[in-house]
Design a protein around this ligand. Sequence first.
Ligand SMILES: *Cc1c(COP(=O)(O)O)cnc(C)c1O
Length: 391
Amino acid sequence: MSHAEDYTFETKLLHNSHKFDSTTGAVSVPIHHASTFHQPNFDHFGKYDYGRSLNPTREALEETIAELEEGSRGFAFSSGMAAISTAFLLLSKGDHVIISEDVYGGTYRIVTEVLSRYGVEHTFVDMTDLDSVEEAILPNTKLFYVETPSNPLLKVTDIRAVSNLAKKHNALTFVDNTFLTPAFQKPLLLGADIVLHSATKFLSGHSDVVAGLAVVKDEQLANRLAFLQNAFGAVLGVQDSWLVLRGLKTLSVRLKQSTSSAQKIAEFLSEHHSVKNVFYPGLKNHPQYELQHRQSTSAGAVLSFELKDENAVRHFIENTQIPVFAVSLGAVETIISHPAKMSHAAMPEEERKKRGISNSLLRLSVGIENTNDLIKDFSFALQVSPEVSRI
Ligand SMILES: *Cc1c(COP(=O)(O)O)cnc(C)c1O
């Protein structure tokens, strides 16, 4: 037991406090469908009373993600947006949020269209520029909301620097860690207060479940979030909790293949004459390459690229055979998406353009297929694009 704390992340994915069920020895966490629990006697209630408040299957996932993120408590929600929205409920009327400008489209929507109605103010900033983060601070700033690498432009924010700034102003720092997962980045160790996840993506990894997670280190903050999770009630169901737990076991092996391919594909695309820009923090010319490698152990499996010819985007999508053309990311299969029309459709065109999310931008979430098959596929699709055929 004693050396279990020294296990590497890969080993902890399997050998953690839920390696087997303590009552039966089952090596797969039992799915407890019960919504309510019999209480032992009139005066003393057990640990579990009602399924929204706590359920043993959901609890297993919550404890596992807390261990993996090196926090003290985890919380599972019915979607990434449920996790993010519930965490935002820590704010009150009159509070101000400083938030990454190219944040996930759904987060943009809840901040601009929902929180604003409840008197929570916001300022979008380019979080890579610490001066502009500092300039955005107001007396009522209570939260710094970071997504790094950002979506879809893969900009990298210095988590430690922003957390320090937040602490100086008595504000909290939330980090959306969906793109890198604790396999590569542990925001709580860099000073963040809450780590948020769309577990729909890499953590579960198979495009078969919608789920969200939050992890907290500070006990008091954990109690406040636990209260909100129960009060708001957007908890994760037991079947879905189990699916995330199963997906987690292979997180490291999946990411190993996906990130190694992502690096090679990024290099291939950046040398291709039909490609205007490649956004991937694993490329040496990425503006925050050094920072990325200081605060994380990998650049991840998501990259974006812009084609020179906007009209070639349709041809490219129609001619690639392997990727699924879909929203979402972080799965065993490669997924290609068109942010302007998909993940960021909630953002007005003017705002999108301001953030550099052009119509010729494509986002690629690299799966676990053979790397050369993927490169061959992209090479073919780029060849038959109209821009090239005209030359
Ligand atoms: C998908 C995603 C979300 C939202 O998660 P859902 O599970 O779809 O609700 C939040 N942040 C990022 C970075 C995402 O990719």
